[in-house]
Structures are given as structure tokens and as C-alpha cells.
Design a protein around this ligand. Structure first.
Ligand code: PLP
Length: 488
């Protein structure tokens, strides 16, 4: 960090505050609370504002520039979402308030459940799970409970394609499943022969991301779902990539039994750095009774004179609570606002533009980078950050060099089935100028990889800190400013 710390900026006697004149008699403070030597930094108000504003500008975010982090859907988050979730009536709610005093919030949650069901083709939705991975865990528990309830107890096998997000096997294992990996075929689809061979009477389910993390819509989706259902298993849809499908295709219509939504991705809540998120889970008719408890419900329709009455219901065979209270309410309000602002046609346009933008970049860089599964992509695609005639250059070097051109790097080294993967997801919110500037930068970098590889290997050159030891940076974080040593 090149910025001085706030202690280094301190100058004796400078101050940025003025206490009002005391209007009470002076009193002695207890001696044990007083310290002779307390090194609080001394700065003017302006020094403080400039210091923290400068520090805030060292960070990169979607409000600063293009953020094509594949699989993360780092779209622009409209500021009106922040306004609505901070309305005092929402902000100051307490989950233990009497139901009669939170009818507006329950109404909003109920409507969002209904909208998500409509968007996805599922029958009912729980808003409880805290993030995508938590939705997957909830789904695994529902699948387990469903088979148990039918006394089909040997079904513990969960099939997971090798292109899946790492959370899929992790959360499935946490729900008690035994994981079997299914390879992808040469077109990036689930390998049907392996799937058929694994679809036996121990099959609990398949966890399928569609479009998958290669950004490809599986060309055999219907057949895959039939194979799993015919073997007595359930299909869990990882809906984290729903940004490609809104208003175009509904996982429920294909026979998906359970689906999670990443509200913080598709429905625009700022995310990254660990939260907050929200991963509601939708289920088909035959699984409604297993949903987490409680579910927001409409107890009475409204009339001209009276608003509707909302409350909670307990699903008959519920797996129980998966989250304290009712989920991450702030994210729920943001998603509600976003869906309401866009409407049905707007949602469809979101996905159309997300898909168009990804295909545009793919087409622009295709001659400079290998795209191993080279077909029309959905909202993202995966290229290789390597060249046979520039063997010393790796995807990481391309990612770091992109920072010098002012862009956040794409996801790299994921999915694992692509060597030196660069996973690019532009989202619908970027304009053509940005897509062109990014594509131009990638093309220039490909040229540099051949002509001047060292400039890639030593990148980034323009950031406050250079190339980090990423493992140490994550493990040994220094997040607090500590007081300098004081000699008593
Ligand atoms: C395809 C896919 N599945 C699951 C997840 C997990 O979601 P979360 O990070 O909200 O737990 C992600 C995260 O981006 C994802 O991209």
C-alpha cells in the first residue's frame, strides 16, 4: 500500500472537531479510565475526508468499471434498489414484531415468491436460503427427505457434471449425498453415456447448471432429465446462471424439480467479498410439502376496503428451518424492486442482451484466443489464456495485464475442464463501447503475449500494489489499523 496510514498523516495539535461549550459542572473522571499517552491521530476534517476518499478509490467495483467476472454476473446494480431497501418501514423492521405490524413486508415477500415461481416455472418458493450454496444445501436436504418419505432409503448418489461450480459437490456432500462426477462431452454437454450408466436405483438426483459454467445450454436437456426421472432420481437445477434465461425459457417447464436463484446475481444486489446474498429455492408440485418452514402465505384476499392478509404456513413434511427468521430481507427488497422496475418484457431483454454481449466478445476475440467449446454461447463463455507459441504465458498473466488496461480480470482457472480458463461474463448492462474496449485490450494482450511476454508476466504495472502472493494475501490479511506502540 503506497498510501500513508492515518497515523503517519497525524500532526500534533491539528483537529477536526469542536465540542460544544460545557453546560454542566466539571467532574473528575475515574483515574483508571484515563491514559496519559493515547496516540489518537490528529487531523483536520478535510485530511480525514481526503484520506478515506483516496483509500476508497483504490478499490475496484462495478460502479467504477467493467467487471466481466464469469459465473458471478457482476451487473450494474440500480441505485433505486438501495433507496427502497432503506425505506424506514423496511429498514427498521424487527423479525419478532407482531404479524399485524409487518403486513407490508410479508406482502412484498409473498409477491416475490410468486414472481420467482412464475419466472422459473416452479410451483412454490422459499426465500430463506442465504446464498446460492445454501440453496443447494437446502435442495439436497429436500431431495433426501423426499426419498426417505417414500421409504427409498438407498438413494444417496448425487450426480454432478465436471463443469459444475465448486459449491455443487460441497453442498451436496454436506446434505449427506455421495458424489459422482459426470464428464462433459466434446460439445460441452453432459456425457449421456456416463449419465445412463450411473442412473441406477441408488440415484438420489442430478445437480445440473444450465446454462453450464462453460456458458452453454445443454443440447440434450430434455433427455438428461428423462434419464434421471426414469431412474427415480430428482433434478436439482443450479439457477445461478438464470441471467441467460429470463422470460425465454423456464427450468420448471423442462422438468427441473428444484431450483435455486441467486438474487444477488440475477436480480441485482451488490455482491462479492462474501455477501450479502440470497438463494431462494423453488420446487415443483410434488416437493412443495418439503420446503423449509415457515413460508409466507396469503391468508385472505383483499377487497376494495381491506388489504390482503398475510401470514406464515408450515409445509406438511418440511425439512425445517434453514435460516434464522426469514432470509436476507434487504436483498429480497432489492430483487423485488428490480423485477418490478423491469417488468416481464424488461426481464426478457435483460437475458437477450446478456447473451448478445457475451457472443459479441466471443466473436471479436475468437481469432486471438482458443475457445475450446466454440459454439453460440449464452451469457458467458470460456476462452483459453494460453498459446502454444508463447508457452511461458498463462491465464493469470492475461488476467493481471487486463488490470493495466483498466478492467477487472475475468474469472480464471475455472471451470476446471478448460486449460488456463478465462471465463468472461459481460452482463447486459455494458454498452458496445465498453465491450469493444475490452475486446481490443484482450486482442492487444494476445499480441503482447507473443511479442513481449515479460510485460504480461510482470503485470499489473498500474495498480497501487503489484502482483500479490494470492494465497498469503487471502490467509494473512491485515484488516485493522493498529495503534503504534506507546511507551508508558
Ligand atoms: C454456477 C454457480 N453455482 C453456484 C454458485 C454459488 O452461489 P453463492 O456464491 O451465492 O453461494 C455460484 C456463485 O457464483 C455459481 O456461479
Amino acid at each position: 500500500m503506497t498510501e500513508p496510514t492515518i497515523f503517519e498523516l497525524s500532526s500534533s495539535g491539528r483537529k477536526g472537531f469542536e465540542f460544544p461549550k460545557s453546560d454542566v459542572p466539571k467532574a473528575e473522571l475515574p483515574k483508571n479510565l484515563l491514559r496519559e499517552n493515547l496516540p489518537i491521530p490528529e487531523l483536520s476534517e478535510m485530511d480525514v475526508i481526503r484520506h478515506f476518499t483516496k483509500i476508497s478509490q483504490l478499490n475496484y467495483g462495478v460502479d467504477i468499471g467493467f467487471y466481466p467476472l464469469g459465473s458471478c454476473t457482476m451487473k450494474y446494480n440500480p441505485k433505486i434498489n438501495e433507496e427502497t431497501c432503506r425505506l424506514p418501514g423496511f429498514l427498521y423492521l424487527h423479525p419478532l414484531q407482531p404479524i399485524a405490524t409487518v403486513q407490508g413486508a410479508l406482502g412484498l415477500m409473498y409477491e416475490l415468491q410468486e414472481w420467482l415461481a412464475e419466472i422459473s416455472g416452479m410451483s412454490a418458493v422459499s426465500l430463506q436460503p442465504a446464498a446460492g450454496a445454501h440453496g443447494e444445501l437446502t435442495g439436497g436436504l429436500i431431495i433426501h427427505a423426499y426419498h426417505q418419505a417414500r421409504n427409498d432409503k438407498k438413494r444417496t448418489k448425487m450426480l454432478i457434471p465436471d463443469s459444475a461450480h465448486g459449491t455443487n459437490p460441497a453442498s451436496s456432500a454436506m446434505s449427506g449425498m455421495h458424489i459422482v462426477q459426470i464428464p462433459s462431452d466434446h460439445r460441452g454437454n453432459v456425457d449421456l453415456n456416463v449419465l445412463k450408466a450411473e442412473a441406477d436405483d441408488t440415484l438420489a438426483g442430478l445437480m445440473l447448471t444450465n446454462p453450464n459454467t462453460l456458458g452453454l445450454f445443454d443440447e440434450h436437456l430434455k433427455e438428461i432429465i428423462e434419464i434421471v426421472h426414469n431412474a427415480g432420481g430428482l433434478v436439482y437445477g443450479d439457477g445461478a446462471n438464470l441471467n441467460a434465461l429470463l422470460g425465454i425459457s423456464r427450468p420448471g417447464d423442462f422438468g427441473t424439480d428444484i431450483l435455486h436463484f441467486n438474487l444477488h446475481k440475477t436480480f441485482s444486489t451488490p455482491h462479492g467479498g462474501g455477501g450479502p446474498g440470497s438463494g431462494p429455492v423453488g420446487v415443483a408440485k410434488h416437493l412443495v410439502d418439503f420446503l423449509p418452514n415457515p413460508i409466507v402465505t396469503k391468508i385472505e384476499e383483499g377487497t376494495n376496503d381491506n388489504p390482503p392478509l398475510y401470514g406464515f404456513l408450515k409445509p406438511a413434511k418440511t425439512i425445517g428451518r434453514v435460516k434464522s427468521f426469514h432470509g436476507h430481507f434487504g436483498v429480497i427488497v432489492r430483487a423485488f424492486t428490480y423485477i418490478m422496475m423491469n417488468g416481464d418484457e424488461g426481464l426478457r431483454e435483460i437475458s437477450e442482451h446478456a447473451v448478445l454481449n457475451a457472443n459479441y466478445i466471443q466473436a471479436r476475440i475468437r481469432d486471438s484466443y482458443t475457445v475450446p467449446y466454440d459454439r453460440i454461447c449464452m451469457h458467458e463463455f470460456v476462452a483459453e489464456g494460453r498459446w502454444q507459441d508463447a508457452p511461458e504465458v498463462h491465464a493469470l498473466d492475461v488476467a493481471k495485464r487486463l488490470m493495466d488496461y483498466g478492467f477487472h480480470p475475468p474469472t480464471n482457472y475455472f471451470p476446471l475442464i478448460v486449460h488456463e480458463a478465462l471465463m468472461i461474463e459481460p452482463t447486459e448492462t455494458e454498452n458496445k463501447e465498453t465491450l469493444d474496449a475490452f475486446s481490443d485490450a484482450l486482442i492487444k494482450i494476445a499480441k503482447e503475449a507473443h511479442e513481449n511476454p515479460e510485460i504480461l508476466k510482470s503485470a499489473p504495472h498500474s495498480t497501487p500494489v503489484g502482483r500479490l502472493d494470492e494465497v498469503r494475501a487471502a490467509r494473512d490479511m491485515i484488516l485493522t489499523c493498529t495503534f503504534p506502540e506507546v511507551s508508558e
